[in-house]
Design a protein. Sequence first.
Length: 116
Amino acid sequence: MTYGFMMFKPKGAVPAIDDLGEDTLVLQEPAVVVAGLTALCPDIAWRREDDGGWFGALDGEDGWYEFRIGAEPDLCWTISTSHRASTRKLVPEICNALGVVAFDGQVMSLIAPERP
């Protein structure tokens, strides 16, 4: 079983869950997302998918993480972790580093970047 997050980049202030949409989000370039994740976590093992997208795998301190980024600019990309992980502390770190928000569909909440 996996525990998943949908990752979005807001245009400005972090919207409420109900406000996530084309008007409040920025298209994310795959190469920029992959480069940002790689800078934060150089141990991610990346491979190209048949459709041209990216798949990354990482064994983190608190469990495994999988990253899926499409081939074309998109509003969303995903992170999957083990549902047994005791923490998912890398997700907020990614939000802070990349300026994205994570939608946690299991508990219906957003994880936003910290404000400076």
